[in-house]
Design a protein. Sequence first.
Length: 269
Amino acid sequence: MPVIDARHLTAISETALLTLHQRATEAARADGVIDDPMAIALRDSLGYDYHHFGRTHQATALRALAFDIASRRYLDMHPRAIVVALAEGLQTSFWRLDNGQINWLSVDLEPIVQLRQELLPSSDRLQHLAQSVLDHSWMDRVDATDGVLITAEGLFQYLERDAVFDLIATCAERFPGGRLIFDSVPRFLSTYSQRRGIRLSRQYTAPPMPFSFTAAQYDELRAIPGVRGVYEIEMPTGRGIFLARTASFVYRSRRLERFRAPTNVVEFG
């Protein structure tokens, strides 16, 4: 891959570089929790000072694994489905999930789409659409005949609540039988990010996250017409005994629902 300058990415788009770096660093470890050689190659093909982001951790890779688990459960039942990846940034999920039959529509802003098309392998089953996910016209490009899986990884927390719920409601109306996977953050983290910012290093502070949502609020989604079911995906086992035991406790306790950052699955009826 050629080396392409990525310093033009800013604000929320820059988080695509952050999550790519986190995932690729984890994948490069001998004991890494994720197998993602495409992420390593993509990171190394971009001209960017990743030390700008500070220390790495395995949480981003574990989130990607949770999305993979939830996606495969749907694709096992609908192997020819179309996957719509909303604002997927520099994710490499297509290559981890590809069963040789799925179709993939990646919807993102022009700078991200340009990088993806320049640096990632092409496929006649992988299409890109350069526009905001809040422009619902992307739905007109979706052939739902064989099933629809919509993913929003690392997206909704950066949007306003009304925009998120309007998008979910429109998807529920347009894609009965489909499924949506999204992650979210608890209220305390959202509030902290807006008041003080989440400083990852001396050089980098993550963008504010106005939208918070946890498993304790699932009734709000169940009230949307066309939503058949809502549930949380379990957190994959991380590296290290302490982390594994702690995460298992946190993600199994109903009393801690409002404090954790869940991966959520919404089924459309």
